[in-house]
Write a protein that binds this ligand. Sequence first.
Ligand SMILES: *[C@@H]1O[C@H](CO)[C@@H](O)[C@H](O)[C@H]1NC(C)=O
Ligand SMILES: *[C@@H]1O[C@H](CO)[C@@H](O)[C@H](O)[C@H]1NC(C)=O
Ligand SMILES: *[C@@H]1O[C@H](CO)[C@@H](O)[C@H](O)[C@H]1NC(C)=O
Ligand SMILES: *[C@@H]1O[C@H](CO)[C@@H](O)[C@H](O)[C@H]1NC(C)=O
Ligand SMILES: *[C@@H]1O[C@H](CO)[C@@H](O)[C@H](O)[C@H]1NC(C)=O
Ligand SMILES: *[C@@H]1O[C@H](CO)[C@@H](O)[C@H](O)[C@H]1NC(C)=O
Ligand SMILES: *[C@@H]1O[C@H](CO)[C@@H](O)[C@H](O)[C@H]1NC(C)=O
Length: 926
Amino acid sequence: MTSWLQTSLFLSLFAKFFCSRDFFVPFGTENGDAAMFKNDDQFTRPIQIATLFPFFNRTFSFLIVSTNGLITFDNGVGSYNPSHFPLKEIVGITPFWNDINTNNGGDIFYREINDTLTLSLIASDIQNSFTGFNRFRPKWAFVATWFQVAQFQPSDGLLRNTFQAILTTNGVNSFAIFNYDRLAWSISTNIETYAQAGFNAGDGTTFYVLNGSFTPDILNVAMSSNIQKPGKWIFGTDLSEITDGICRNGGLITLDPYVVFYFGGEDILVSGPCFLPGVDTAKISINSEEEIDCGIIDFNKCKFTMKFVDKIGRVSIKLNLNEQQTFEGSILTKDESVIQEIRGLKTFYNSFENEEIRLEWNTNDFDLFDLYLIRLDNSKSSVVKLLRRNLTDNYVYLNSSELYSYSNESEYEYSYLALETKSQTRAINSPIRKFFTAKKFYIFNKLEYVSNEKCVDWHNKQPEPKSYIQALPPCWPSVPLATWSQVPHSFDNFVLDPACNPSKPNVCQEFHSGAFACYRSATSFKLNGYIVGQQCCYDSQNKLLVGPPGGGTLDMAHSSNVLEHFLSEVFPYFLCCKWSSNCDKYYDKRPSDNGDRWTPPRPAGGSGALHFTTFDGLSYTFNGFGEYTFLEIQEKNFTVQIRLAPLSSSNEKKPDGTVIKGIAIKGDIDIDSFQVELDANNKLFIYVNGELIELDEKEDQDISLNGINIRIPKTIDKIDLTYAIGVHFEIVFSNQKNAFLVYTTISQEFISKTRGLLGNFNKNKQDDFTLPNGTSVSLDPGLDRDVFSKFGQYWLTNEQSSIFVYDNNLTQKNYVDVNFLPRFMQDGVDFTDSTLALIAKEKCGNNSKCLFDISATKDVNIGQMTLDFDEKVEIFNQEIERIQSTMKRNDGSLKNSNNVLIFLTIYFIFAFISFLYVLSIFCRNK
Ligand SMILES: *[C@@H]1O[C@H](CO)[C@@H](O)[C@H](O)[C@H]1NC(C)=O
Ligand SMILES: *[C@@H]1O[C@H](CO)[C@@H](O)[C@H](O)[C@H]1NC(C)=O
Ligand SMILES: *[C@@H]1O[C@H](CO)[C@@H](O)[C@H](O)[C@H]1NC(C)=O
Ligand SMILES: *[C@@H]1O[C@H](CO)[C@@H](O)[C@H](O)[C@H]1NC(C)=O
Ligand SMILES: *[C@@H]1O[C@H](CO)[C@@H](O)[C@H](O)[C@H]1NC(C)=O
Ligand SMILES: *[C@@H]1O[C@H](CO)[C@@H](O)[C@H](O)[C@H]1NC(C)=O
Ligand SMILES: *[C@@H]1O[C@H](CO)[C@@H](O)[C@H](O)[C@H]1NC(C)=O
């Protein structure tokens, strides 16, 4: 008996090492698995799992493994005879459901996986097969392995099946992986039904079964695949239907890496469509320019080398197959200044002919491999030249002639040194990934007499700047909402200048002496063929600096076009201000804005459940259920819509109120559209031009798109949106991340030009309840029953006017309930739960909006949002007052000093006359 058991144990170990396919996740007790006792028709106790597993729109916190080949989320399954999905009584998955009896042979193992190595194996399975998930990082996985399991009554002891099911999730998306070794039997003895493999939602209608289920062909699952790896199947399980990975993205492609340097050189993997036999050519066009080849490397991937693009931000990428089908996607380009990890390589500005240059770096900062020179000539085509290979020291000597050609008119040449380094290895088995890092440096002749001439020449050729500077939103006299020691990253339509800010005092000193921080126009502005922007610099007292040396300047080429900006702004700056004494000439054509035209923008928005404040300061409560026009600026073709919905998706009970769950913003065609939404399970989705953006939780993200700058901190608790046209949004999530507030400020330029729930901005509260047809209705804002039916509901959008992107076959109709009636605030705040009432009282004090929020949603955090919103508005208004008072003071002091001057002049004239008089008397007397 013992020896038989030992032999069988040995055989089973042996088999585990040599028979199961290499794509199985390591299993068995030696890998930390729990083993089920030998049994027939049993299942485990509910296993509490360390995550919430999303499955068919719902989430589950425990699971059960059944001997007969299932993992279920509600009840265990004892049934040995597979019943056809859909079934009401089962929620779960099955790689192979039939009558398994481990008393006759085989083992069933299972475990939760949280070790990084195994998770990274699972990650690469998903990354390699699911388009759009190239950066998928699972937080959790669970594996169950049916190892050499026998039938109920083996007629032949050697007929054994081995298969494995893996569940994994990153907390938002979830996947099931089925791994099959050779399957030897498809139907157990005693029963008449062949095995079934698939997924069942448990609602009696939603399910998915693998081909071959209920036929002898079920054995084919071990030889076929939905990801072209025989024996392996991967399914997306979080959505309302099971999804296959490949070729599912419709017209969209995914690019990896997604953020690259703008000067090109990186290899980019493209996935989306299948590159099956028959696809002969795959071509990429970058920013709609000429096509380059995309080399097909796998059935679901091709690869191209990124080219130089003179633009920081979103770059459109099109993939064309066989000159017939076109797929679209995008990539973000960045400048070196965004990269924090590059230190040690000194920027240098000058070199002379045949000079030896010693270039040093800090070996701790990067393990240097190859050194390249990337040169751009006047026509902006780039040449990549390998300078040194396999560098290991922390320095290199280069001759300036290697870097710079002194013949012809190459002074405008722009060069980069690029290092190709060995980067961290990623998942095991994946190749070492190359990546370009670079520190740019500029090489040109510093010849003062030439510079003088060149500066004068440049000055003569520049257009008059006045009309350009006046077309731009003005600089603020002082930066708002800042304890000046913590400069804000952005405000209104300005973002902190990466080159001059408190963390870079030296650069500030070099280019804007006296400045503490500078801000740049968030996005560019097109005028007469120029792409203009400007810079506003502030001193340590938070006062706007004007003129040289510290003042900000007009940019005739916005800084997002790096090369243009360099040639049009930076180089002339060197010619005029650094290499000759003509800085006044530079500022003559690139003046600072003095802030005179500035008028305070107005705040507005919506928060809690659900209170709105208009630009004119009217406050009202409106709990609609649907999608509404929030703000419309028709003159700019600018539309903002919000989605209002109950806090929790459960249909258990009629909700009392609604919260903000989505926002969509669309500008003119040259502005990228943007959408943020929390779905029914409070998963966050962000779309840009209809394309889903994946968020990095490791870094703050600063994304510059066409016409918008987006900032998302790594904590993902808020989103800052800055529009070039002078509109700013802050989307701030509740602590539970189940709703958000929208806070917006707009420029006074838009007076009398706005409509929607945020009212008609004209400094008159009385007409803020204006309907879409232009009729203004007179309502008491305190009577929210009237506000609901006589104003709010009129702003409901319809399928034609909606600018939201919908997924999963949903439409605008799925998000509207026209019959919904909220509880009205005018009927009083009503707590059925006395504990909640106490908590609410503590949180809100006497703030009735906050109390109402908590009573209507049963969630304290929603009340907190209202408090946060009101505080934001209050701080903003205080800041505006502070800024206005400094402006008045400046004017006042100027006047005073004039008065003093006049007084003194009169005094001196008088004194002089007196003096003459005295003198004359004196003389007369003499
Ligand atoms: C992984 O799981 C084991 C067993 O459940 C647990 O003891 C351990 O703390 C977990 N490790 C991490 C990093 O969560
Ligand atoms: C399943 O079978 C159907 C009908 O035979 C076929 O069209 C489909 O391609 C098969 N699916 C897979 C994944 O093999
Ligand atoms: C998933 O959620 C959507 C929207 O809430 C709903 O329409 C759909 O019926 C749900 N599907 C399942 C399988 O629960
Ligand atoms: C550089 O190093 C790589 C890897 O160590 C080696 O294969 C290659 O031959 C080396 N190249 C030169 C030029 O030494
Ligand atoms: C707004 O859109 C219309 C129609 O597409 C277009 O004719 C008009 O020029 C746009 N307005 C602006 C300010 O671009
Ligand atoms: C606008 O709509 C309201 C409500 O339907 C209606 O009472 C009013 O007469 C309309 N005004 C105009 C000018 O059509
Ligand atoms: C969407 O709906 C259409 C028709 O209603 C249907 O044919 C299609 O299969 C659905 N697609 C998805 C992904 O649900």
